[in-house]
Structures are given as structure tokens and as C-alpha cells.
Write a protein that binds this ligand. Structure first.
Ligand SMILES: [Zn+2]
Length: 102
């Protein structure tokens, strides 16, 4: 039997599948860094491809990883689901710990 716990409060949700909520978040670049735009083709197409390859070569593996889509999946109990939908990005929480204004 698959065991489920709330990823926020740790409550055991295994026996209450009807009150378990799943949060799926995917973060991906709003642009495709490998896409060749029409602007790129105005000049020499081979030059554009060469530039693209050079750009990829200049990116470190960390840069590439930063652009790769990243997915998250969380199980939540009904109580934590309510908290999550009110503030999905945790902005209130971030404000509490934002000391940069001091
Ligand atoms: Zn919970």
C-alpha cells in the first residue's frame, strides 16, 4: 500500500484518499533558448545556427539546468490545501522573513 502524508504538516493521509489534494507545479523558461526566431534568419542562416551553437557552448551546465523545466508534486491535507490556495507562492511567509528593508 502506498503511504501518503501531507507534505506541509505531516498528517497521515493514507487512509483518507478522498481528502487528499495533489499540488503539481512546473517551472519552465517562458522562452525557448534553442528557438531560432525570424530575426535570426534575416542574415546568414548558417551564421545564425553557428551563433546558436556558440551560445550553447558558452552556457555552463548550471545555466542549462536553470533553464530546464522543473516539476514539483506535493500531497496536501484539506487544511493545508486551504492555506496553499490562499498564498501559493508563500508571499506572506517571505514578507515575515524579509529583512532587506531594515
Ligand atoms: Zn497538512
Amino acid at each position: 500500500m502506498v503511504h501518503f502524508t501531507c507534505d506541509l504538516c505531516g498528517k497521515d493521509l493514507t487512509a483518507s484518499a478522498d481528502s487528499r489534494f495533489v499540488v503539481k507545479i512546473e517551472v519552465s523558461a517562458a522562452f525557448d533558448p534553442n528557438q531560432i526566431r525570424e530575426d535570426d534568419l534575416d542574415d546568414d542562416p548558417m551564421e545564425a545556427v553557428a551563433e546558436l551553437l556558440q551560445r550553447d557552448a558558452d552556457l555552463s551546465s548550471e545555466d542549462l539546468a536553470a533553464h530546464a523545466p522543473k516539476g514539483f508534486r506535493f500531497d496536501l491535507c484539506p487544511t493545508c490545501r486551504c492555506k496553499f490556495v490562499k498564498d501559493p507562492l508563500g508571499r506572506e511567509f517571505v514578507k515575515l522573513f524579509d529583512f532587506s528593508q531594515n
